[in-house]
Design a protein around this ligand. Structure first.
Ligand code: GAR
Length: 224
């Protein structure tokens, strides 16, 4: 039976910085790996490099500076208004360093994704890579999840694991994690676009999914 492909999903991407994850989403759309259209990129910082990336690709890009609002809810009301006026279906936080209030979460319930450079629920907050190094974990990674109330917390969609090596500094470990982020974020959005993600409380079920039973397990350091 031939099933008609679903239409491209309309994205609103929220950023605060460089926007390398935004770039991989732009690239995945351009090469046909992801059926999506970025309707709008919003940064809370005018200096965010990601704004320029968006404009270079002809994507609408706006700054909504959180400092111009009395509180988090008022800022989020402006976000909701901008996203809804661009008919955004799925909100993609890509290095957006603001905690969302119920105003945003209720307006887009089950339709906001975020990425975090750790294996959630470990190391929430702004300096996840530094926290992982300081803790001495042997593995860390990155997680894409549906945003819920709370910091870097919500039903998990996909995670990637990276090893931590003895002489890693923050830059080396961050680069290893970033490379995995760039693989998993477009994948998570694709699963959404295909209508395959079902949120059941804390659990995200993936329809028509073959478990990767051949992944095996990892040991780090490897026994001598
Ligand atoms: C990414 O590493 C993302 O996981 C992180 O910000 C970086 C943005 O990079 N997000 C968080 O730490 C959220 N708590 P980018 O601007 O190059 O995409």
């Amino acid at each position: 039976m031939n099933v008609a492909p679903r239409p491209p999903v309309k994205l609103g991407v929220l950023i605060s910085g460089e926007g390398t994850n935004l770039q991989t989403i732009i690239d995945a759309i351009a090469c046909g790996d992801l059926r999506a259209e970025i309707r709008l990129v919003i940064s809370n910082k005018a200096s965010a490099g990601g704004l320029e990336r968006a404009r270079r690709h002809g994507i609408s890009a706006a700054t909504i500076d959180h400092r111009g609002f009395a509180n988090r809810r008022a800022f989020d009301r402006a976000l909701v208004e901008a996203l809804q006026s661009h008919e955004v279906e799925l909100v993609v936080c890509a290095g957006f360093m603001r905690l969302l209030s119920p105003v945003m979460i209720d307006a887009f319930r089950g339709r906001i994704m975020n990425i975090h450079p750790a294996l959630c629920p470990a190391f929430p907050g702004v300096d996840a890579v530094r926290q992982a190094l300081a803790y001495g974990v042997r593995f860390t990674g990155c997680s894409v999840f549906f945003v819920a109330e709370g910091v870097d917390d919500g039903p998990l969609i996909i995670q990637a694991v990276v090893p931590v090596f003895q002489d890693d500094d923050e830059a080396a470990l961050a680069a290893r994690i970033h490379a995995e982020e760039h693989r998993i974020y477009p994948l998570a959005i694709r699963l959404y676009q295909e209508g395959r993600l079902e949120i059941d409380g804390r659990i995200v079920r993936i329809r028509d999914h073959q478990p990767a039973t051949d992944l095996g397990s990892l040991v780090n350091p490897r026994p001598d």
